[in-house]
Ligand binder design. Structure first.
Ligand SMILES: Cc1cc2nc3c(=O)[nH]c(=O)nc-3n(C[C@H](O)[C@H](O)[C@H](O)COP(=O)(O)OP(=O)(O)OC[C@H]3O[C@@H](n4cnc5c(N)ncnc54)[C@H](O)[C@@H]3O)c2cc1C
Length: 291
C-alpha cells in the first residue's frame, strides 16, 4: 500500500492546471515510476497527487506544417521508440530511450517525467539537448517555451513553477534532418542501471567537414550539459582522426564530473573522453562522414 493522502484524477490539461492552481504543492504523477518510489520511501511532498497519466492531450506525437517534431510529455518510452524507429528518426533519442530501465519501466515511464525529475542521469536528456529540443509549459496564467537545456536548475531541480505542467517537447526539422546521431550510456550493468556517464552527439557533415556538431553529456556535471565551446571550435573543421583526438582532449573543459559511490571523478573523466571519441565518431559516420 502507498501512503497517499490526497488524489485527484485530471480529465484534461486544463483540468490539471486548475487543480494545480487550487491545490498548490500537489505533485503531478504521470507514469509514476519515480513518484511512487519516492512515495513508498516516505519522502515529503509526494503523498498528495494530481494524476495526468494517459491524458489524450499529452500522449501524441506529430509533425507540424513546418516539419517540427512534437512529442507529448505523457508519451511513454515504448511509444516513443516505436514511433521514431518506424520513421527512422532521431537515432540518438531511440538509443537513449531504449537504455531506460527494462520493458516494464519503458511501458510506464514518460518523457515528461524523465526530464521533470531533474536527474542529471536522465537517459533522454543528452539526446534532447543534442537535438536542441524545447519544452512547452502550461498553467492557468499562460504558456511558455524554453530550451530543455535551460529547464535544468541544479541537481534534481528544474525551472517548473508549482502551478505548471509540461505539455510538449519540440524539435525543429533543421535540428535533426540530414544529421547523424548517436547516444551511448556507460553503466556498470548492461541493463537496469543508472548511467555512470551518458553521451549524445548530433552532427551534420558537408564535403567531409563538420557543418555542425552538438555534443551533450549526462552525469558529467550537476545537470545534463552541452559542450558549446567545443562545438564552436570544431564547426567547419575537416573530418579526421586528429579532429576526434582533439575533441576527446578538449571535452573536459566544460564538464565537472564528481566522485560518488558509483564512480570516481578520475574514472568518469576517462569515460567522458572515451565516449567523446566513440560517440562523435559514430555520429560522423552516420552523417556520411569518412574517417
Ligand atoms: C526500476 C527502474 C529503473 C529505472 N531506470 C532508469 C534508467 O535506466 N534511466 C533513466 O533515465 N531513468 C530510469 N528510471 C527512472 C524513471 O523511470 C524515469 O525517470 C521516468 O522517465 C519517469 O517518468 P514517469 O512518467 O514515471 O514520471 P513520474 O514518476 O510520474 O514523475 C516524475 C517527476 O516528474 C513530474 N512530472 C511528470 N510529468 C510531468 C509533467 N507533464 N509536467 C510537470 N511535471 C511532471 C512529477 O511530478 C515528478 O516530479 C527508472 C525507474 C525505475 C523504477
Amino acid at each position: 500500500m502507498f501512503p497517499i493522502d490526497q488524489y485527484h484524477r485530471a480529465s484534461s490539461v486544463e483540468h490539471a492546471c486548475s487543480l494545480l492552481a487550487e491545490y498548490p504543492g500537489r505533485k503531478l504523477i504521470a507514469g509514476g515510476t519515480d513518484v511512487l518510489i519516492r512515495l513508498r520511501e516516505g519522502k515529503s511532498g509526494f503523498s498528495s497527487l494530481i494524476d495526468i497519466h494517459d491524458l489524450d492531450e499529452l500522449t501524441w506525437i506529430n509533425h507540424t506544417a513546418d516539419g517540427t517534431l512534437q512529442i507529448g510529455s505523457g508519451v511513454t518510452f515504448t511509444q516513443l521508440i516505436n514511433y521514431l524507429k518506424n520513421d527512422s528518426l532521431l537515432p540518438a533519442l531511440v538509443e537513449g530511450s531504449s537504455s531506460i530501465g527494462g520493458p516494464q519501466v519503458r511501458n510506464m515511464a514518460t518523457l515528461g517525467g524523465n526530464i521533470c525529475n531533474g536527474a542529471t542521469s536522465a537517459d533522454s536528456a543528452a539526446p534532447l539537448l543534442a537535438f536542441n529540443a524545447r519544452i512547452t509549459l502550461k498553467s492557468q496564467s499562460g504558456t511558455r517555451e524554453v530550451p530543455v537545456e535551460d529547464f535544468y536548475a541544479g541537481p534534481g531541480k528544474v525551472h517548473l513553477e508549482p502551478d505548471e505542467i509540461v505539455t510538449t517537447f519540440s524539435i525543429n526539422q533543421e535540428d535533426h534532418q540530414n544529421t547523424g546521431s548517436h547516444f551511448y550510456k556507460y553503466a556498470m550493468r548492461k541493463a537496469m542501471d543508472i548511467a555512470t556517464i551518458g553521451c549524445a552527439a548530433v552532427c551534420r557533415i558537408e564535403e567531409n567537414r563538420i557543418q555542425s556538431l552538438r555534443l551533450a553529456y549526462t552525469v558529467a556535471a550537476p545537470v545534463p550539459t552541452r559542450c558549446h565551446v567545443l562545438e564552436e571550435q570544431v564547426n567547419g573543421q575537416p573530418v579526421s582522426g586528429k579532429l576526434i583526438r582533439d575533441i576527446a582532449a578538449m571535452v573536459l573543459e566544460e564538464l565537472s564530473p564528481r566522485n560518488s559511490w558509483r564512480a570516481s571523478k578520475d574514472f568518469r573523466e576517462h569515460i567522458i573522453r572515451t565516449l567523446a571519441d566513440r560517440v562523435v565518431t559514430e555520429a560522423i559516420i552516420r552523417a556520411g562522414g569518412q574517417l
